[in-house]
Write a protein that binds this ligand. Structure first.
Ligand SMILES: Cc1cc2nc3c(=O)[nH]c(=O)nc-3n(C[C@H](O)[C@H](O)[C@H](O)COP(=O)(O)OP(=O)(O)OC[C@H]3O[C@@H](n4cnc5c(N)ncnc54)[C@H](O)[C@@H]3O)c2cc1C
Length: 417
């Protein structure tokens, strides 16, 4: 008989669990509080630029095997676009120096032995000093594990870890940083090719999943916020949506894939991360100059990464709490000045939009990492998913999909037990 599963939250973690279970022949019901799927990874039409933009520029790497597998499962792997080999152009705004970090396309990080492919002015010894990160425990600080100064740090380690952890790297969890380094830099260029959803996050990672679910007979209800669980002795017996309650049978399962704050209020006593960091994205309606790379690493400025899309240049600034209260126009002007230097363009501020996601990610510090629960709860038919659950990774799409896949596997294991 077909079993039923309810997925609460249609972010990437909920969608990946839903797709996996629909493919395993479950009757899937998705409940999403807002009017749109995708959560923190979504596109929308923006009137200021007259373009469809993403809430944030999202970078995946080819070594993000769960995320790429998820895209494959919804038929959009080809929509994750990137160069053939792992090449990252960089510019230093303070000196004007430009360089290309070329990680090649091998399975081993052999590029560190080749002076021409290393970060300029760095030696092999600088890279060897990063080794302790690989085995570091999550309770240790990055700042107590590797040198957080010098050319290699400023030009590679800092930009990479800041983007991955969304905290100033020295205060980040060395274990989480180590997971990133093991799965990307240590796995060679083959795992480091940058991938972007060029047609937009929703078109590549969200809408095709909704379509697949609908084609498989799943229900997806928007504006359907879970307000409370009704529990029996050891399982979820009811989902309360405020007037519209759903009874949960003993063999039915529930995956709760909501962010930490609603999770903590729906399940009092659940330990969750409680501190978050912002990410600032700014989008400028302008044709990228000829030859502008899809992604440019920027050091020595406010901007950290500059993305080129058709008709648009967009930037990402991580660990952006210092910018959330800055007047919008002033911030747009400051970012545009950096873009002019980085992309070699000039001119008045074009139409722009700034998106400040205040709680973009949980704080990837040892203290907050210790608050992440695993997927299993004391209720035998209730499982947790989300980038903030204990995935061993910082808050990323890869972590979200991994958590969704893991919750789906637990639902299936419940069926067999
Ligand atoms: C600006 C920005 C830039 C980022 N850049 C990158 C990047 O470059 N690379 C990368 O890998 N990751 C990046 N991330 C992180 C990535 O977006 C997240 O890790 C991922 O989207 C989280 O997915 P999730 O499903 O775990 O959570 P969410 O996306 O938060 O989804 C949770 C869903 O649950 C819904 N919900 C909440 N409460 C209820 C309720 N009571 N009932 C029903 N539904 C509910 C919410 O509305 C939401 O849709 C970025 C994030 C931001 C914000």
């Amino acid at each position: 008989m077909q079993k039923t599963v309810h997925i609460i939250g249609a972010g990437i973690s909920g969608l990946s669990a839903a797709v996996r279970l629909a493919n395993a022949n479950y009757r899937v019901h998705v409940h999403e509080a807002t009017q749109q799927a995708g959560g923190r990874c979504r596109s929308y039409f923006d009137a200021a630029t007259n373009l469809t933009i993403d809430n944030g520029n999202h970078l995946l790497l080819s070594g993000n095997r769960h995320a790429v597998g998820y895209a494959r499962s919804i038929g959009t792997e080809a929509g994750l676009v990137g160069p053939k080999s792992a090449q990252f152009p960089f510019v230093d705004l303070t000196t004007g120096q430009r360089w290309l970090l070329d990680l090649g396309d091998g399975r081993l990080p052999l590029w560190v032995f080749d002076e021409a492919r290393r970060v300029p002015d760095t030696g092999l010894r600088d890279y060897l000093a990063l080794m302790p990160l690989i085995w570091a425990s999550p309770g240790k600080l990055v700042g107590d594990t590797i040198p957080c100064k010098g050319t290699l740090y400023e030009r590679l380690v800092q930009p990479l870890l800041l983007a991955a952890l969304n905290v100033d790297p020295p205060e980040g969890s060395a274990g989480l940083a180590g997971a990133i380094v093991r799965e990307t830099l240590m796995a060679g260029g083959q795992a480091c090719r940058p991938l972007i959803a060029r047609e937009g996050l929703s078109a590549v990672l969200v809408e095709p999943a909704i379509k697949l679910l609908q084609d498989k007979g799943a229900s997806i209800q928007f504006g359907h916020e879970l307000r409370a669980f009704g529990m029996s002795a050891n399982s979820v017996a009811e989902l309360k949506f405020g007037g519209d309650n759903v009874a949960i049978g003993p063999d039915d399962a529930v995956v709760m894939a909501v962010p930490p704050r609603p999770a903590a209020s729906l399940l009092p006593g659940l330990k969750t991360p409680s501190k978050f960091r912002a990410i600032v994205n700014a989008h400028f309606r302008v044709d990228p100059p000829k030859g502008q790379p899809p992604i440019l690493g920027v050091v020595g400025g406010l901007v950290e990464w500059l993305f080129a899309f058709p008709q648009r240049l967009s930037v990402t600034i991580s660990n952006g709490d210092r910018l959330v209260d800055m007047p919008r126009e002033e911030l747009a002007q400051a970012i545009w000045r950096d873009i002019c230097k980085a992309a070699g363009v000039a001119g008045e501020l074009p139409p722009w939009q700034i998106v400040r996601e205040r709680r973009a990610t949980f704080e990837a510090t040892p203290e907050q990492n210790a608050l992440r629960p695993g997927p299993v709860t004391t209720w035998k038919n209730l499982f947790l998913a989300g980038d903030w659950t204990d995935t061993g990774l910082p808050a990323t799409i890869e972590g979200s999909v991994r958590s969704g896949d893991r919750a789906a596997d637990l639902v299936q294991a419940m069926r067999q037990s």
